[in-house]
Design a protein around this ligand. Structure first.
Ligand code: BES
Ligand code: MN
Ligand code: ZN
Length: 496
């Protein structure tokens, strides 16, 4: 277990295994970032030439290790790049702290002398460091790194109330993000709808959370008429589940409903995916994991807001009982949908859950889903698509994401997509899949919109940022990223 403290101290004088400082790029010249000035002073005139010999530029993501040989009280200095000097923001600090965490993984004590003059920056340093150091090792027989015993964040604002509050809020957020990453990284054979639902109950119990859990199993889903979940789940040996969490604090200011796509594995069903596209599809439950973890964190933080989270869980598999393209499903509440592509399964399970969420007339509904590959074509693998039926809510989600250090970008739901959703099926009320491929993210959102009724609703398509297939960057590790959890918590904070 690592201990984290915030202290006012001089980076050149503290005794730790590694001191970390930021380096900014000041018009082509690397310069030490605020918080680390004492280090440059200790080196004196030799610092500039040393940086130049080491090839350090201060570029974002850059890591330079320097043996201090008595210049500082600590034996090793790690310099992390923050990018252009005039553009250092909390996102940059969060990213640099994340890179630092991976660079010091064998030290037993670490001092972070990054820009941390106020509470927001202290939070970015701590969150970035702790999230960047995440590793999923459950399935490794052995690992060769150990987390440091002691991490000290150096800040002149250490003793202030604002910093104390920021520090207190970090832990629930970091644990929520790590929980999502763990679940996303877990192999799909070990995280089926029934075991996922059980795991949610187990976490609630272990953490003595105030959140109540209610699980609908396949019989309850049948009795309730959840045709979307049942239709998607019927090809699998592991039956679907609908997990419902509720947090009901006293003095709640608002009611937030969260809905998350929980496809524990997406083979595509009979509209089967090519093998190469299937290898990462254990991540198709990231949305469900996010809404569950966010709800637990909101409860832990004691935010005065009612939260209802719905996590529809199913495995999209292929078998003699699988749903066929051409089948018609009756969604919870009665609308009928013609299934035209069994690989567009997410919108079917979300439809059931959205109707259920809208029933309780919350102030706001937000769904999170690894919904469309088209969203990755549009925005790449680091930015989520943000859609919905309410401009003000969309702006609120955007602002929350900004504060949380997660990237989202708005996309429209044009009326002509809604028109297609409503008229493209010759047999059912709605067509699940567009006949043409263009604008797949918009069509999927237009489909979901039909089930949000007249509630204020926003939709995050996290197909890209939920899973990082490449190397770690900033505070984002390889594999499950936990994208959107921090945004949901931040949104709850702003509504409360
Ligand atoms: N889970 C996928 C979307 C996805 C793709 C997430 C790649 C992450 C990375 C979703 O269920 C899916 O298969 N969508 C189809 C929709 C299409 C059939 C309309 C897609 O994007 O190809
Ligand atoms: Mn699919
Ligand atoms: Zn899917």
């Amino acid at each position: 277990m690592t201990s984290y403290t915030v202290r006012k101290a001089n980076p050149e004088k503290i005794r730790v295994d590694v001191v970390v400082a930021g380096l900014v790029d000041d018009g082509g010249t690397p310069r030490i970032a605020p918080g680390g000035e004492g280090i440059a002073d200790a080196y004196g005139k030799s610092f500039g030439p040393l940086l130049s010999t080491l090839g350090a530029r201060g570029k974002a993501g850059e890591v330079t290790k320097v043996s201090t040989a008595g210049t500082l009280k600590s034996p090793l200095l790690v310099l992390v790049g923050l990018g252009p000097a005039d553009r250092v923001d909390t996102a940059g600090v969060r990213a640099a702290a994340g890179a630092a965490a991976r660079a010091v993984s064998n030290a037993s004590s670490v001092g972070l002398a990054l820009p941390a003059a106020d509470a927001e920056h202290v939070r970015a340093v701590l969150e970035g460091y702790r999230l960047g150091g995440y590793a999923f090792t459950r399935y490794k027989s052995s690992t060769d790194t150990a987390a440091p015993a002691e991490v000290v964040v150096l800040s002149d604002a250490a003793k202030t109330k604002a910093v104390a509050e920021a520090v207190e809020a970090v832990d629930p957020v970091v644990r929520a993000v790590a929980l999502v990453r763990d679940w996303v990284n877990t192999p799909p054979g070990d995280l089926t709808p029934p075991t996922f639902a059980e795991a949610v109950g187990a976490v609630v119990k272990e953490t003595r959370s105030k959140v109540k859990v209610n699980v609908l199993d396949e019989k309850a889903l049948e009795a309730g008429g959840y045709g979307g979940l049942l239709g998607v789940g019927r090809g699998s040996d592991s039956p679907p589940r609908l997990v419902e969490l509720s947090y009901r604090p006293r003095g709640a200011k608002a009611h937030l409903a969260l809905v998350g796509k929980g496809i524990t594995y997406d083979s595509g069903g009979l509209s089967i995916k090519p093998g190469g596209s299937m290898t990462t599809m254990k991540m198709d439950m990231a949305g469900a994991a996010s809404v569950v973890a966010a709800t637990l964190a909101i409860a832990e933080l004691g935010l005065p807001i009612k939260v209802t989270a719905l996590a529809p869980m199913a495995e999209n598999m292929i078998s003699g009982s699988a749903t066929r393209p051409g089948d018609v499903l009756e969604i919870y509440g009665g609308k009928t949908v013609e299934v035209l592509n069994t690989d567009a399964e997410g919108r079917l399970v979300l439809a059931d859950a959205l109707v259920r969420a809208a029933e309780s007339k919350p102030d706001v509904i937000v769904d999170v889903a690894t919904l469309t590959g088209a969203c990755m074509v549009a925005l790449g693998d680091r930015i989520a698509g943000l859609l919905g039926n309410d401009e003000e809510l969309i702006a609120d989600v955007e602002a929350a994401a900004q504060r949380a250090g997660e990237r989202v970008w708005p996309l429209p739901i044009p009326a002509e997509m809604t028109e297609k959703v409503r008229t493209n099926s010759k047999v059912a009320d709605l067509a699940q899949h567009n006949a043409e491929r263009w604008g797949g993210t918009l069509y999927a959102a237009a489909f979901l919109q039909e089930f949000a009724a007249d509630q204020r609703w926003a939709h995050l398509d996290i197909a890209g940022p939920a899973y990082n297939e490449k190397g770690a960057y900033g505070h984002v590790p390889t594999g499950g990223t936990g994208h959107s959890v921090a945004t949901l918590i931040e949104l709850a904070r702003s509504l409360a």
